[in-house]
Ligand binder design. Structure first.
Ligand code: ATP
Length: 706
């Protein structure tokens, strides 16, 4: 409260030139004991009080004298904007009050001050009452003896008693172990104590009420502990979230800029600082001048106007940058924050270019790889079937890893060809490829064939000894064919060699290190051999690191055709002939089960090329049993089937046969005694190709060149 709020604004004054008599009249008329004296321009220049009247009387009652001669010249004035508290220091009973310009605006008397303080006190009391009633905390006040002098409504609830019932009572009767007793004893506040009242735990604070150095009471406040706990929990969660958010923002590769609605910066991450080339000072604090601030303002203005995410793009430090601001609304729908994502488009486009380049290189490598694969495939083996493609793909992949490979497959399928292919595709391609057929060597010689022998190992041994295939294959590949035939004693030795990577020559005493890639092949079911106890299980697992299976020729008819073409060409070249195969032969070849696989196919071809008299090799040129097996009826080929299926198969065979032999579709239909349209329908049902693609006479001729 200020002086101007309590002063008396109507001021009586006398001018310094008026007669004392007139001034006395004024005092009498208004029943006041003194008035300020003002000069010609209205400024306070003195005080005239009844005290000065006594002086006039003592001087002989010269009432005509001007006030100026008698008045008290030292006058204390007070500014109207002085606080009421400050007036307490003035000893005067009344003070003229002036404004900032020094003009007299009122008088302040002791009773004005008392009135002012009374009003202040009443207001403060009312406010305190309202606060105490509104607070959810229980408040209890005690006098120095510990008797309760006040409880607020929240404390009434905690105590479950009305104020009238507790006021005047000993606080310890209502609140056991209440800290206020300690506060009264020491005069020191106690914070964060726990009190259990009516079965509920409260967190309390107690403070003394002091009058100078005297303790005139104490006040305690109580708050349910569970509330504090849940608040602490919530605070913990919020802190954790904040930490996480902070980490996300800091780690973001994109720049992130958080601003107020007016663009003032709240937060920027390191990526933004780097991207915008800001000095660290520009990155911190709200209201910063600088680039980030300007950008923040630009984005903020647009986002606030559109009230939805907006993007702007600009060039900064020679980089093209896109800024996308997203508004954050408060519960009233006002934009309170804008989160702006700052993305370096130049880097993106550089990355895109790099990616395109990598893709281009990838394409180039792929096509080069395909070309090399095709090259290796043609040098290492002929195949067209998807099955063999898979086998060769896998072989190419394992070729580069120096791991043992076990190739399974029937005799003559091309296991050795595949082993060669692996060797050619490996880093050891410049080393030797050594093959040993474990079945072809007598058991007594096998050990020395594999590991060699030392000089004088046995009678008749060569001078200087003899190296075994393990030594000869050093730096290259050792292909152990028919591994399933390896005798048990040698199996044990081989296992040791594989484990130790070294071997002893027969009769030798020094171990010899070996460094060869090992490939194994078998036409036996090695797992069954292990089960039957004929092959060591531990050795099986050692050699079966990567198993490859070469399917039998009868399961890949595409390869039969391709191999036939290739070997016919080779035979023609070898025997200087120009033999051709009829379509029937191809048909017969694809139907034949080829128990001897590719090896048998080569033999049969060579035989017919040599033995056939005509240029066109026909079915008649094939051995009788071959013809028999190669062209069985569809029904005879399989197990007993439902009649409908058998009829279907017969129908299919007959239609195929008629289409193959007839010159035209019409002729075929005539031969079958059905309409051409019926024939077409049936051919379609059996997925038999007809029409222009049908072979004309002479049917498919193979001479290895087409
Ligand atoms: N895909 C192929 N392309 C060309 N010739 C092949 C192919 N597969 C096998 N051959 C030929 O077939 C014959 C038998 O092949 P290979 O010796 O590799 O078979 P294998 O499975 O090792 O037989 P075995 O188990 O009897 O040793 C060889 O003359 C080989 O050149």
């Amino acid at each position: 409260m200020l002086v101007k709020d309590v002063m008396t604004s109507e001021v009586l004054t006398v001018e310094e030139g008026v007669a004392v008599a007139e001034a006395v009249q004024l005092l009498r008329r208004h029943k006041v004991k003194g008035v300020p004296v003002v000069d010609a321009i209205g400024r306070v220049c003195g005080m005239f009080t009844v005290k000065h009247l006594f002086q006039v009387v003592a001087d002989g009652g010269k009432l005509a004298r001007p006030v100026r001669e008698l008045m008290q010249r030292e006058v204390t004035v007070i500014r109207d904007d002085t606080s009421l508290e400050e007036t307490c220091g003035f000893p005067q009973k009344r003070l003229p009050v002036v404004d900032a310009g020094g003009n007299l605006v009122g008088m302040l008397t002791k009773s004005d001050i008392i009135r002012g303080f009374k009003t202040t006190f009443v207001h403060a009391r009312q406010e305190l009452k309202a606060v105490l009633e509104a607070t959810p905390h229980g408040i209890v006040a005690v006098n120095p003896q510990g008797y309760i002098t006040f409880v607020n409504p929240a404390a009434e609830k905690i105590l479950r008693l009305k104020a009238e019932r507790v006021i005047g009572g000993d606080v310890s009767d209502f609140i056991p172990n209440c800290a206020v007793i300690g506060v009264l004893a020491t005069g020191r506040a106690i914070r964060n104590f726990k009190n259990t009242i009516n079965g509920t735990t409260y967190l309390g604070h107690a403070a003394p009420v002091m009058d100078g150095s005297d303790i005139i009471g104490a006040v305690a406040s109580f708050q349910p502990f569970s509330e504090i706990e849940s608040l602490a929990d919530e605070l913990g969660v919020v802190k954790q979230l904040y930490k996480e958010l902070d980490a996300v923002i800091s780690c973001s590769y994109d720049g992130i800029l958080v601003t107020e609605a007016d663009g003032a910066i709240r937060k920027v991450n390191a990526a933004t600082v780097k991207l915008l080339g800001l000095a660290p000072s520009q990155s911190a604090g709200a209201g910063e001048e600088g680039r980030a601030h300007q950008l923040g303002e630009r984005v903020a203005a647009k986002v606030c106007q559109d009230r939805k995410p907006c993007s702007i793009s600009c060039r900064i430090n020679g980089r093209q940058v896109a800024l996308t601001g997203t508004p954050v609304f408060d519960e009233n729908g006002a934009v309170v924050r804008i989160v702006t994502n700052v993305r370096d488009l130049s880097e993106l486009s550089a990355l895109r270019q790099e990616l395109e380049e990598v893709n281009r290189l990838k394409e180039m490598y792929f096509s080069e790889l395909a070309r090399l694969k095709a090259e290796v495939a043609t040098t290492s083996g002929t195949y067209r079937s998807a099955e063999m493609q898979r086998v060769y793909d896998l072989a190419l992949r394992v070729a580069v890893v120096d791991t043992p490979v076990l190739i399974h497959g029937e005799s003559g399928v091309g296991k050795e060809v595949l082993a060669n292919y692996i060797h050619d595709g490996s880093a050891r391609r410049d080393g030797a490829f050594i093959k040993i057929n474990c079945a072809a060597i007598p058991e007594t010689l096998l050990e020395s064939e594999l590991f060699g022998y030392a000089e004088g190992a046995f009678s008749g041994a060569r001078r200087g000894g003899k190296p075994g295939v393990f030594e000869i294959a050093h730096g290259g590949t050792l292909f152990m064919d028919e591994i399933g035939e390896l005798p048990g004693s040698i199996q044990a030795k081989l296992l040791r060699v594989l484990q130790d990577q070294e071997f002893f020559k027969v009769g030798g005493s020094r171990p010899v290190k070996f460094d060869a890639r090992l490939l194994f092949a078998t036409n036996r079911d090695l797992e069954a051999e292990v089960k039957a106890g004929r092959f060591r299980e531990d050795l099986f697992y050692r050699i079966n690191v990567v198993p490859l299976f070469v399917p039998p020729l009868r399961e890949r008819p595409e390869d039969i055709v391709a191999l036939t073409a290739e070997f016919l060409a080779k035979m023609n070249c070898k025997y200087k002939t120009d033999k051709k195969l009829s379509a029937e032969i191809i048909e017969a070849f694809t139907n034949y089960p080829w128990p001897g696989n590719v090896r048998e196919l080569i033999n049969v071809l060579e035989r017919v090329v040599i033995t056939s008299r005509q240029e066109f090799i026909t079915l008649e040129d094939l051995p009788g049993n071959f013809r028999q097996q190669a062209h069985p009826s569809a029904v005879a080929r399989g197990p007993v089937l439902p009649l409908k299926n058998v009829l279907d198969m017969v129908e299919r065979d007959v239609i195929e046969q008629s289409l193959r032999t007839a010159k035209s579709l019409r002729q075929a239909a005539k031969a079958l005694g059905i309409d051409p349209s019926t024939l077409l329908r049936k051919a379609e049902k059996h997925k038999i190709r007809t029409g222009v693609e049908l072979p004309q006479q002479p049917p498919y001729i193979f001479n290895g060149k087409n």
